[in-house]
Design a protein around this ligand. Sequence first.
Ligand code: LLP
Length: 418
Amino acid sequence: MHYFEYKNNRLYAEDVPLETLAETYGTPLYVYSHKTLLRHFKAYDTSFKDFPHIICFAIKANSNASILKLFANEGGGADIVSGGELYRAKAAGISSEKIVYAGVGKKEDEIAYALNENILMFNVESEQELAAINKVAANLGKCARVALRINPDINPQTHPYISTGLKKNKFGIPYEGALEFYKQASKLKNIEVVGIHKHIGSQIINITPFLDALNRIVALIDQLKAVGIGIKYLDIGGGLGIQYLDEVPPHPEELAKKVIPIVAGRDITIIMEPGRALVGNAGILLSKVLYVKKGSDRDFIIVDSGMNDLMRPAMYGAYHHIMPVKKTKRKNVFADIVGPICESSDFVGKDRDIQSFEPGELAAIMSAGAYGSSMSSNYNSRPRAAEVLVSGTEHYLIRQRETYEDLVRGEKIPDFLK
Ligand code: LLP
């Protein structure tokens, strides 16, 4: 569900025509709908209202300060994976007791930073990492709260690059050795075991593997209790999918209806880490058509956004719907919609049956709110796109377009080359 809709054959973000935004801010431009973001957050929050829970937004999906602030204002926390994400979370006013920290490669300075900020817990992914956290905590005279991230060896039935809960994936601690690992962890002086964590993958459409994994984790919670290790926080991860084309992902209400009975009867707080489900369909990438080239078996519609702006099609072959901002009566064409970057993988849409475009017209690349801007780069020395938040009839620049000066900031030419 989102608020990008046609009115009189013109595509709008809430009550603002996308044409107005292109004129005001230029293209390529990320456009987010405030109402959609809020709606998605509330859908999670309301669905779990009868159970203690914290929604820790996975910052990697979209790390813009205004979006973090918006969720923080609603009581949201953060799932972070780096010192940089911790910095962003704190700058947006997210309270430390709602911050959880995952990732297989936490560095000692990042661990110290998180300890000094007194975050809720580290989601630990290996023995050596746990030892490092214990050591850093001892040096600082602190006790680190931890959850162990358990790899439940369940196939999330998603793209292999975004699957994380199988034995062959680098994530988490093997299920078989988990009980022993917990016993060892609970003996460490500067460690307090408080939780358990799982995250099996992203863009999950079938809820069954998610629940299978949860059942395995809950069984482990009960075994832990039997040996005197109490778990206060059950972090069920993120991963619920969204509709890019015709997928029918589970609604948060369905998630809650199925998750709560599995967990019920235990004195526990559920932590969730949704990323894509909150922001994916709340954002689009507004692009301008530069040229239309007639190929021998298809047209190439060349737009001004490329794989540096939206990496997903090049990286995963991901599908993003593309909508003309102005609907016309022109016939459809068979076309690839491609960017200006010098790589054949630089496409936003392949083999599309799409309304024909004239140069200068606008196209909206849909479902670009998650892993769009946050994965963008300066490849081909292209300044990163601006970002705008629309709320009703108002629009706000929430990230300015980078300049050429920004591209070379931080670079230095040593004297011997001068
Ligand atoms: N929690 C953890 C520990 C994660 O690693 C992730 C995502 C999430 C939560 C949020 O997952 P979500 O709810 O957004 O599915 N770049 C890829 C997605 C990579 C996801 C990485 N981890 C893409 O564009 O599809």
